[in-house]
Design a protein around this ligand. Structure first.
Ligand SMILES: Cc1cc2nc3c(=O)[nH]c(=O)nc-3n(C[C@H](O)[C@H](O)[C@H](O)COP(=O)(O)OP(=O)(O)OC[C@H]3O[C@@H](n4cnc5c(N)ncnc54)[C@H](O)[C@@H]3O)c2cc1C
Length: 593
């Protein structure tokens, strides 16, 4: 069984050199922080996750959460680990101090999630859903609601859920039918059934604050008629103490392909007491304000699982002997890490993980700058970049999580297919991420239909210009980096051509955009990853030229190798996707199924 070791060196490199943590700490909102403090917090967080949360990943997968008499019991060790998570205050780090949080940037919260997700995806989902609910209340809750719920949710003593899905309302959230009727005391009564609710019931916390989408009487059809309600498992008295049990219960939990320790609940609301958040019929608009950070966190799941799978595959490749590597002595089996094809798989995994870490962290930095930079123009520019990056992070990130965890199984050979090694779990766990929080098909449509047209195509043009500038800079940065620059220039060219085609032909006939959306998202992910690895390679070269030595120098040289491999061997896939983006819908329409 593998140990998990948080990749703190790579996290620090990205925080310092791909995004600018130091500059972020210089903003008025974060001026009590500095890079060393953040790095210290992450090191402590890593220790916690490695020692307490990673070791219960496998047992959680084997035991599953179990339902009995409406109560869910999480696997052995989950309650203890969650109790210590709350005691340490990890959940509150990126939330406002006014509600007991640490006041750190979102970027730091994301770096912590990078580690927690890798340690144990099932465990991480409880804090993740709580984070979404906190975010919603912070933005749209009344002062009274914030005072009543946020302090206990920020500590993690109470957890949160998001209740959107119903049997007939999955991607089409507007089809939901859960009803809310007003009560005499100003509260509401909620009736309906929700499915697939993550941590809808569990034994980790004393209260669960469900956020439930429902329709009020006379609501317009579709997404325009959705309202959002707080429905606590236990009602909360005036003084903040827990009162009566509300009429909400878990009626069953799903048996799933992965994330077995995370209870996925069917929730029944029977005249349950609820409290309206904000205005009636504005629920969908409110969901959009928290969607970017939720989708970023799910994109990050591809990275977390990919990282853990890579670590385990690399360790196995150093133990397993099989075949003979070129040039190895006759009569001796080689370690598989010396076989070129295994090296290709390991480097592919590492290159994708490192590219994805850059994409995720840049996306998180954009969220912080869009919210906290003092200059309105910078806020605006970063808000636009957040809009473009979010579907890429979610869609490409989670697709890559599946590919990288699948490669880990391949590195293990037959033993990868045997549950005992644990590596199959990462693949099974990874498979949900392209589905929930908006399927990747929906992400691709979001990218082409909502994000490309932003500011008349101006936002995507600025994004492309940034990639082009990096390509030019890297091309001039010496012999070792020049091939990275020329490959990136080619990636930029096809992405620009694909974008122009979609903007022109997608407007003329939306079927063109819908047919090309998924290959376009894949192309965007690959080129964005290459862009940020090229920037990493540039910094690595500069640091080497400035005299880095020893282990630092070896790490920096590896950065250049990884970037070159990505650009030489993975980036050309983006070029090959151009015909798929621009094919139009004819064959899709002509096909019979
Ligand atoms: C383990 C798990 C945990 C979950 N946790 C939660 C949770 O906590 N809270 C919650 O509310 N929900 C949760 N969900 C629900 C999840 O968000 C939905 O499953 C997801 O949104 C997809 O909806 P669906 O399953 O109905 O699939 P469908 O919407 O039926 O989609 C089926 C296929 O059709 C495609 N499709 C659908 N509509 C379109 C369209 N307009 N254009 C193009 N393609 C389309 C989809 O991409 C997909 O490939 C969870 C689901 C699972 C399995």
């Amino acid at each position: 069984m593998s140990e998990y070791s948080a990749p703190l060196d790579d996290i620090r490199f990205v925080l310092e050199h791909v995004v600018d943590l130091e500059a972020l700490c210089g903003l008025p909102a974060f001026d009590q922080l500095d890079v060393d403090t953040v790095v210290g917090v992450l090191a402590e967080n890593a220790r916690f996750m490695e020692e307490l949360v990673a070791p219960i990943n496998r047992t959680g997968d084997v035991q599953h959460s179990r339902l009995s008499d409406g109560e869910v019991t999480t696997p052995d060790g989950f309650r203890e680990a969650y109790g210590q998570y709350v005691a340490a205050g990890w959940g509150g780090v990126p939330f406002p101090e006014a509600y007991g949080g640490g006041g750190f940037p979102w970027l730091v919260g994301i770096a912590m999630q990078d580690i927690m997700t890798a340690a144990n995806l099932s465990f991480s989902l409880c804090p993740l859903l709580t984070q979404g609910a906190i975010d919603m209340l912070l933005h749209h809750g009344s002062e009274e609601q914030k005072e009543r719920y946020l302090p206990r949710m920020v500590t993690g003593e109470w957890t949160g859920t998001m209740n959107l899905t119903e049997p007939q309302a999955g991607s089409d959230v507007g089809a939901l039918t859960t009803r809310a009727v007003p009560a005499d005391d100003g509260s509401w009564r909620i009736t309906g059934q929700k499915i697939f609710i993550t941590y809808g019931e569990h034994d980790l916390a004393e209260n669960i604050v469900h956020l439930v989408l429902a329709r009020v009487p006379g609501a317009p059809p579709g997404t325009k008629g959705i309202s959002c309600f707080i429905v606590p498992k236990y009602l909360v008295d005036e003084d903040g103490s827990l009162g009566e049990r509300n009429r909400v219960q878990c009626v069953s939990i799903e048996r799933k392909m992965g994330i077995n320790a995370s209870p996925t609940c069917v929730m029944s609301y029977e005249d349950a007491v609820g409290y309206l958040i904000g205005e009636a019929n504005e629920g969908m608009r409110y969901m959009f304000t928290m969607m970017n950070s939720a989708r970023l966190s799910v994109g990050l799941q591809g990275l977390g699982l990919g990282e853990r799978a890579y670590q385990q595959a690399a360790a196995y490749a150093h133990e397993r002997r099989q075949g003979r590597a070129p040039g190895a002595p006759a009569g001796e089996q080689s370690l598989i890490v010396d076989l070129p094809d295994v090296r290709r798989m390991l480097l592919t995994m590492r290159a994708i993980n490192e590219a994805l870490r850059c994409v995720v962290y840049v996306n998180a930095e954009c969220i912080d700058l869009a919210a906290h930079h003092p200059d309105e123009a910078v806020r605006q520019q970063r808000a636009e970049l957040t809009e473009i990056l979010t579907p890429i992070t979610k869609g490409w990130g989670t697709d890559m999580g599946v590919e990288v965890t699948s490669l880990a199984i391949q590195v293990f050979g037959g033993m990868g297919f045997i549950e005992e090694t644990g590596v199959a779990q990462y693949y099974r766990d990874a498979r949900i991420a392209p589905i929930y929080e908006g399927t990747n098909g929906i992400q691709a449509i979001d990218l082409v239909a909502r994000k490309l047209p932003l500011r008349g195509g101006g936002a995507i043009t600025d994004f492309l210009t940034g990639i082009e500038a990096t390509a030019a800079e890297v091309t001039k940065a010496g012999e070792a980096l020049a091939p990275i620059g020329s490959r990136l220039a080619e990636g930029h060219r096809v992405l620009k051509e694909a974008t122009a085609w979609l903007l022109a032909n997608g407007l003329a006939d939306p079927n063109n955009a819908l047919a090309g959306a998924t290959p376009y998202l894949r192309m965007s992910g690959i080129v964005t990853g290459a862009w940020l690895l090229a920037r990493s390679a540039l910094v690595a070269r500069q640091l080497l030229d400035a005299g880095a030595t020893g282990a630092d120098a070896r790490r920096l040289e590896q950065k250049i190798v990884t970037a070159r491999f990505f650009c030489d061997q993975l980036l050309p896939q983006a070029v090959g996707l151009l015909p798929a983006v621009t094919a139009g819908p004819a064959d899709l329409q002509a096909a019979a199924f």
